[in-house]
Design a protein around this ligand. Structure first.
Ligand code: NAP
Length: 370
């Protein structure tokens, strides 16, 4: 244990050095950690968007992985791995009597489900890692760190996951996991927008995909406005570190507050296309007037005033101190475009977030005419 703690401090120092030197060295630091004892890991929800990245990272590090899910998403994705089929809603029987070194819980949205799996696995695993969300915080107009006030829900028996209940239910999931597992063996990760190949929401992906088409394009607010996200592979890498180094505690999972702006996003997106792009920066007031706030029209961007004013200001310091490394955004954007080009036309025909071409053209006309 002492030994692994020392190694963790060493790798944090390596990671810190790599952060200043560039991501390739960080990748090297990650490679250096391959020497760890192979762990057996159960992944609850390994076949959606973020799960497969974690599974691949764990396998790359030499660990063995068992999957647990209902068998609906991405069937046949990992034919060589053991998959236990079951539903978290009362169907955990396949996990009974089995032991794993660690459990990664990606698919917990309902407190009762997390309580059931944590209770069942508490004696049969050394570590439980729960993927939560930055939506757990009570107030997005303030700069949140891990100790900020959390969302609450009046009726804690509600199990329907909606935009309104999601954050507060995740808070309850975290609490139920802690009650069953204990803080010493529990890791809670709170990501915000997760970006990268395989993202089925198209929220971050909208920006590079739309930019690549070229022409006049709406960009909201000012180029200096800060935004935050995390590359799914950086999240997966941190998961691997937490399991290998017994990292307990709660961590916001995002890029550093203030480090990345809408203007940088535009620059990175534009650098990845040969098309000429003419950014039309609309004001926040115009975005409000046109009903563009709060929906999926301008994904991952939030206005600098109002209830979401600090959505670009979550503290990532604790995770950075524990070794989180964020790759350059341009790498994320490049890989999203490469992944997008592999998808069938019925998937790429209509983005699931962002403005469609007709609406964007109308808005540009209205903005120029005001
Ligand atoms: N995407 C983001 O930007 C974002 C941001 C913050 C936090 N998160 C968190 O990230 C986690 C996973 O996100 P994701 O985008 O990868 O999810 P996803 O794509 O919806 O994947 C869900 C996974 O869980 C399994 N699953 C779902 N319901 C299940 C059930 N009742 N019983 C057993 N298995 C079940 C699915 O497989 P089957 O369908 O085969 O069961 C699949 O493997 C969630 O905890 C979410 O709160 C995501």
């Amino acid at each position: 244990m002492k030994n692994s703690r020392r190694q963790f401090i060493k790798s944090s120092v390596l990671a810190g050095a790599a952060m200043t030197a560039g991501f390739s060295e960080a990748g090297q630091a990650a490679d250096d950690k391959k020497a760890h004892r192979a762990l057996s890991v159960l992944v609850l929800g390994g076949t959606g968007f973020i799960g497969p990245h974690m599974v691949r990272e764990l396998l790359r590090r030499g660990h063995s992985v068992t999957l647990f899910n209902r068998g609906r998403s991405n069937r046949g994705l990992f034919p060589d791995l053991e998959t236990i089929i079951g539903d978290r809603d009362g169907g955990l029987q396949g996990l009974e009597g089995r032991r794993w070194d660690a459990v990664v819980d990606n698919s917990g949205y309902v407190p009762r489900h997390v309580q059931d799996s944590a209770r069942l696995l508490a004696k049969n695993t050394k570590r439980y890692l729960f993927v939560s969300t930055l939506s757990v915080y009570a107030d997005f107009s303030i700069r949140n760190d891990e100790d900020s006030p959390l969302a609450t829900i009046a009726d804690e028996s509600i199990e329907e996951v909606t935009g309104e209940t999601y954050g507060a239910l995740k808070v309850l999931c975290e609490k139920r996991a802690a009650a069953e597992i204990g803080d010493e063996r529990l890791t809670i990760l709170r990501p915000n927008y997760i970006a990268g190949p395989g993202d089925h929401t198209d929220r971050f992906s909208y920006w590079p995909i739309r930019t690549r088409k070229g022409g006049a394009m709406i960009w909201p607010g000012t180029p200096g406005h800060t935004i935050q996200f995390i590359d799914v592979r950086d999240l997966a890498n941190f998961v691997g570190d937490c399991l290998e180094h017994d990292i307990s505690g709660t961590y916001n999972m995002t890029n550093p507050a203030g480090a990345y702006t809408m203007g940088m996003l535009f620059g990175d997106c534009a650098a990845l296309t040969a098309a000429a792009v003419d950014p039309v920066w609309i004001s926040e007031a115009f975005a409000y007037e046109q009903g563009l706030i709060g929906g999926r029209d301008l994904p991952i961007w939030h206005p600098s005033t109002g209830p979401q004013a600090s959505s670009g200001g979550f503290s990532a310091e604790r995770a950075l101190g524990a070794g989180l490394r964020n790759r350059p955004a341009r790498e994320t954007l490049r890989d999203i475009l490469s992944w997008w080009d592999t998808l069938p036309a019925e998937r790429t025909g209509k983005l699931r977030a962002g403005l469609d071409a007709d609406r964007e053209a109308e808005l540009i006309e209205a903005w120029k005419a005001r």
